[in-house]
Design a protein around this ligand. Structure first.
Ligand SMILES: [Zn+2]
Length: 166
């Protein structure tokens, strides 16, 4: 195992069967830095490169991180433990994909070289739920709004005024 280079060289790494692992911080990933609030937290990444069926470069990997995002029910922070894993086959054409078993996700027309940071970001972002929420039943922010409105109910004030003029 060695640190992960900044640029992935797809065929080059796959032919050599390289394995990498590195501990990043959330803030090393510009697009994630905007979405998550725990930017100093660690993110462990492992990547393996190999050739499948003598011709298809593949990347298998797993990322482990905590993602601090806003709960869509109560709007407070919720900490999600994520460990997205992926198994990708990079194809020259669709026919090539027929030789891969169904455990592979396939990508067409990949470049030979691409950014490691952007590649990992894409894999992590699709693993974050669209509407993250606390696992427990937190209070809906809409209910909280309702309570606030009741407290400031103008009729309640009118009632008070009436009473004070009695
Ligand atoms: Zn919540």
């Amino acid at each position: 195992m060695q640190g992960i280079p900044d640029t992935i060289k797809l065929f080059n790494f796959s032919k050599k069967g390289l394995n990498f692992s590195h501990i990043y911080q959330v803030k090393d990933f510009p697009r994630m830095k905007k979405l998550l609030s725990n930017i100093d937290d660690e993110m462990k990444v492992e990547l393996s490169f190999y050739i499948e069926n003598n011709s298809i470069p593949c990347i298998e990997g797993v990322v482990k991180l905590n993602a601090m995002v806003n709960c869509q029910r109560c709007l407070n922070k919720v900490n999600l433990r994520l460990s997205p894993s992926f198994k990708l086959g990079f194809l020259k054409n669709e026919q090539q994909g027929e030789t891969l078993d169904s455990s592979f996700e396939t990508i067409l027309n990949a470049d030979e070289a691409f950014s490691t940071i952007e590649f990992i970001t894409d894999e992590v972002l699709i693993s974050i739920p669209m509407s993250p929420m606390h696992p427990h039943k937190c209070q809906s922010y809409q209910d909280k709004e309702r309570i606030k409105q009741e407290k400031h109910n103008p009729f309640a004030i009118l009632k008070q005024l009436k009473n004070s003029h009695k």
